[in-house]
Design a protein around this ligand. Structure first.
Ligand SMILES: Nc1ncnc2c1ncn2[C@@H]1O[C@H](COP(=O)(O)OP(=O)(O)O)[C@@H](O)[C@H]1O
Ligand SMILES: O=C(OP(=O)(O)O)[C@H](O)COP(=O)(O)O
Length: 400
């Protein structure tokens, strides 16, 4: 992969840096700045080299037009604090204000543009539209550094097309992530366990068929577990469910059995009356979610204590563990227990452990664990999962 060195001298050159600054926010306040910190190495290096630095990123999933709650403005402020230099924020991604801010940069200056996904071209399915948007982004730039590891699995304008219209290279975060994640591919020490949870269920179900070729055990928690329970014929009441994936999941269960891969599903679940921090809740058998006191209104928001203990036991016996996706709605204390037990097990095991994903990383830090408690904390969840399933990632292919 091309490195920053391949771009030659960057003094007085305008360099666009694609970061993944998609941080969790609560009422406009950043609750975990891990992804901002992870992007600083490349930014500092470019600044020190005398480059004029233009930072771009997405935040959340706005649908091609501006939405105030997804603004990157708070990120610029936090980045300036961490770098201890000004980071100018422009409330526009492309257009006259962005042009003026970029052309006005002096050597070493940094500007952060507004959320890429406020523009339909960024995530368009139409390659010509993505290319047109990438060309707009590239108007005043001399080079492109791709450092948003969390999005390298996305075919989006700022990830793939931008790399084609400018001299481009991988940033230091992307390079560092790949170096560590290599240990989770063919060289992974066995037994190898992958723990899956979170809420991006349809994205993550897709990786399972390839993971079955590579791992010994899959532990399933988070929002994804209900599609598995439903596929086995159990009622899940109002829990998160991907109805159109039931047959696919039945296929995974059969395939796992054929291959001798263990898929461990929770045996107990914490069911709540509503999706709220103070909702009434109770622990029920995973096979009787519909029979909780809340009937069909019940929502499964965490794995139960027996399941968490079983997951911990499997993790402790593993030589390699990759974990993506919280086991429950950890943002609410009543539903953080499963995530806490799994995090503790990763810190206790002698095996090599990797936690991947914006929310998973935020979860372990929010629960009081330190980055050094794990072998590696990856900034990418979906990206690292697709990498370890052996897929060619579009955002990396364009840098080869
Ligand atoms: N049972 C559940 N129902 C609904 N949401 C859940 C459930 N379990 C976990 N979540 C949510 O999943 C989110 C994180 O999912 P995801 O984005 O897939 O993880 P990551 O960013 O680590 O890849 C968290 O905000 C958490 O509240
Ligand atoms: O948060 C992210 O991914 P993750 O939840 O898999 O870690 C990345 O910023 C990618 O975001 P996306 O899944 O909306 O493309």
């Amino acid at each position: 992969m091309r490195t920053i060195e391949s771009l030659g001298s960057l003094r007085s050159r305008t360099v666009i840096v694609r970061c993944d600054l998609n941080v969790p926010l609560a009422d406009g306040v950043i609750t975990d700045d891990g992804r901002i910190r992870a992007s600083l190495t490349t930014i500092r290096e470019l600044r020190d080299a005398g480059a004029r630095v233009v930072l771009i990123s997405h935040l959340g999933r706005p649908k091609g037009e501006p939405e105030a709650r997804f603004s990157l403005r708070p990120v610029a402020a936090r980045m300036a604090e961490l770098l201890e230099v000004p980071v100018n924020f422009v409330a526009q991604t492309v257009g006259a204000d962005a042009d003026a801010a970029i052309t006005g940069l002096a050597d070493g200056d940094i500007v952060l543009l507004e959320n890429l996904r406020f523009n339909a071209g960024e995530t368009s399915k139409d390659e010509a539209e993505r290319l047109a948007f990438a060309k707009q982004l590239a108007t005043h730039a001399d080079a492109f550094v791709s450092d948003g590891f969390g999005v390298v699995h996305r075919r989006q304008a700022s990830v793939t097309e931008l790399a084609a219209v400018l001299p481009s290279a991988a940033g230091r975060l992307v390079a560092a992530e790949l170096e560590v994640l290599e240990r989770l591919t063919a060289r992974a020490e066995r037994p190898y366990t992958v723990v899956l949870g979170g809420s991006k269920v349809s994205d993550k179900l897709g990786v399972i068929s390839h993971l079955l070729e590579r791992v010994d055990t899959l532990l399933i928690g988070g929002g994804m577990l209900f599609t598995f329970l439903a596929a086995q014929g159990h009622s899940v009441a109002s829990s998160l469910l991907e109805k159109d994936q039931l047959d696919t999941v039945r296929g995974y269960l059969a395939e796992a059995e054929r291959r001798g891969v263990r898929i461990v599903l929770p045996t107990d679940v914490i069911v709540a009356a509503a999706f709220a921090a103070d909702a009434a809740h109770e622990t029920v058998s995973a096979h009787a979610i519909g029979e909780s006191s809340f009937g069909e209104a019940g929502i499964g928001l965490d794995i139960g204590p027996d399941s968490a203990a079983e997951f911990a036991r499997v993790i402790n016996e593993s030589a390699t563990v990759f974990w993506n996706g919280p086991m429950g709605v950890f943002e609410m204390e009543a539903f953080a227990g499963g995530t806490r037990t799994v995090a503790q097990a990763l810190t206790d095991t002698d095996g090599f452990t990797v936690v991947g994903g914006g929310d998973s990383a935020a979860a372990v830090r929010a629960l009081g664990f330190a980055d050094t408690d794990f072998g590696h904390i990856s900034t990418g969840g979906g990206a690292s999962l697709e990498f370890l399933e052996g897929k060619q990632l579009p955002g990396l292919e364009v840098l080869a």
